[in-house]
Design a protein around this ligand. Structure first.
Ligand code: NAD
Length: 416
């Protein structure tokens, strides 16, 4: 069986979109490769006095449309190809929703659940120090991703500021509110996913609203909460510990209370009428919308044939492989791609950065209203390509992004 590689997956889609667009080969070559890759070995003094080394990366895919922007992921199985793919998706995502950023991504190969809070803070601060030459408010701005959060962003901001000798809130987004974080940032990705889900359901005339969500972290839990509040029935959710299914609808408030407790996972959760299911079973449930909000490479050639959802909305980055995409297309299941569906996070990160560099504050209504406007504008622009070129939502979003990226590259020209 062919080994999954996120970077190959990203390139296969990009190439198909470049082809449909009739993109000049020079323009395609220019967007294929990341501009810069940094690999670091991060030494940490563990609580028991031993030194452990963790591998870390920061990849900048493109700065043609503005400063590079992208999250930092802590995960034991992350590798450089995954980070390169994620960095490219950030460039494409920012182009789809038309915010003036390029793309980047960072990661540390670590399972943070195995670290004490002190070890996690030392790891974050040392990693920040080691990628310091690359980051900064005018060149590359990190944000949260899998297993990183506002507190970790606060440590990054403080470490960077200590090196500079003054406070630099604009170096990172997704910070706590009391050090320059933005209202609405924590919920932004899930809010964007729920806005796009509503638009897609309306466009596709899907009346039913039974939803299954894989992943109950930042993105999945906010998506569940907002769709539930909007009148949808969340019939199943899952995370790394397994899943819960209730055909009458899961008690979303109960799940969120359980997750807010010390366990942080669904393990041990129960409610009347609920069945325990596996992640694999969740992906093949009969439902109106399946929303993967965990890791990449979840809907694959092996399980796509069993998907029974009427629509898939990608909250996670890269949850569907290229092979799975073809199988879903044959089955007539539309997929709203990650670079559109989960762009809400980077949109409000942009608002946070704008507030930081101008020293002003927006209220929450202004943030949520502008986010909604930008997400719907992105959806409609992608839809224009879907209709005009008769392509899938994924190819359409990639075509829109490629057009914007290559226009910026052409306008700037090739130095020297
Ligand atoms: P998170 O760490 O808050 O949550 C991840 C969730 O996935 C957790 O519930 C975890 O238990 C679950 N999970 C992990 N491994 C799993 C497995 N093997 N099977 C099933 N579930 C598993 O991360 P997040 O910030 O919510 O990010 C989730 C996805 O959304 C990622 O793909 C991330 O790149 C993407 N994303 C996040 C943001 C953001 O603002 N946080 C923005 C855009 C895209």
């Amino acid at each position: 069986m062919k080994q999954y590689n996120a970077y190959d997956n990203m390139l296969a889609v990009l190439e198909a979109a470049a082809d449909k667009l009739g993109l000049n080969p020079n323009d395609y070559e220019a967007v294929k490769y990341p501009e810069r890759e940094l690999k670091v070995a991060v030494p940490i003094k563990m609580d028991n006095g031993r030194i452990r080394i963790f591998e870390g990366y920061r990849v900048q895919h493109s700065s043609s449309r503005g400063p590079c922007k992208g999250g930092i992921r802590y995960h034991p199985e992350v590798d450089i190809d995954e980070v390169k793919a994620l960095a490219a998706w950030m460039s494409l995502k920012c182009a789809v929703v038309d915010i003036p950023y390029g793309g980047a991504k960072g990661a540390v190969k670590v399972d943070p659940a195995e670290l004490s809070r002190g070890e996690l803070e030392r790891l974050t601060r040392r990693f920040t120090a080691m990628i310091l030459p690359l980051i900064g408010p005018e060149k590359d701005i990190p944000a949260p991703d899998i297993n990183t959060n506002a507190e970790i962003m606060g440590w990054i901001m403080d470490t960077y500021s200590m090196f500079k000798g003054y406070s630099v809130p604009g170096v990172v987004t997704g910070k706590p509110l009391d050090i320059g974080g933005s209202l609405g940032r924590q919920e932004a990705t899930g809010r964007g996913v729920s806005i796009i889900t509503a638009e897609a359901l309306r466009y596709l005339h899907i009346e039913g609203k039974n939803i299954a969500i894989q992943g109950m972290g930042n993105v999945g839990s906010v998506t569940a909460k907002l769709l539930h509040e909007a009148g949808c029935r969340i019939i199943a959710v899952s995370d790394v510990s397994g899943g819960c299914y209730n055909k009458e609808g899961i008690d979303v408030e109960g799940i969120l209370r359980h997750l807010a407790s010390r366990s942080k996972t669904l393990e041990g959760y129960s409610e009347p009428g609920m069945e325990t299911i596996s992640n694999e079973e969740l992906l093949s449930l009969g439902c109106d919308v399946l929303i993967p909000c965990a890791l990449q490479n979840q809907i694959t050639a092996q399980n796509a044939g069993g998907v029974r959802a009427r629509l898939i909305v990608e909250g996670a980055n890269g949850p569907t492989t290229v092979e799975a995409d073809s199988i879903l297309a044959e089955k007539g299941i539309p997929v709203i791609p990650d670079i559109l569906a989960n762009a809400g996070g980077v949109v409000v990160s942009y608002f946070e950065w704008v507030q930081n560099i101008q020293n002003l504050m927006w209220d929450e209504a202004q943030i949520n209203d502008t986010l909604k406007k930008i997400m719907i504008r992105g959806f409609n622009r992608v839809l224009d390509f879907v209709r005009e070129k008769n392509v899938s939502f994924r190819i359409a979003a990639n075509m829109l992004a490629l057009q914007k990226l290559s226009a910026a590259k052409t306008t700037r020209g090739v130095f020297p």
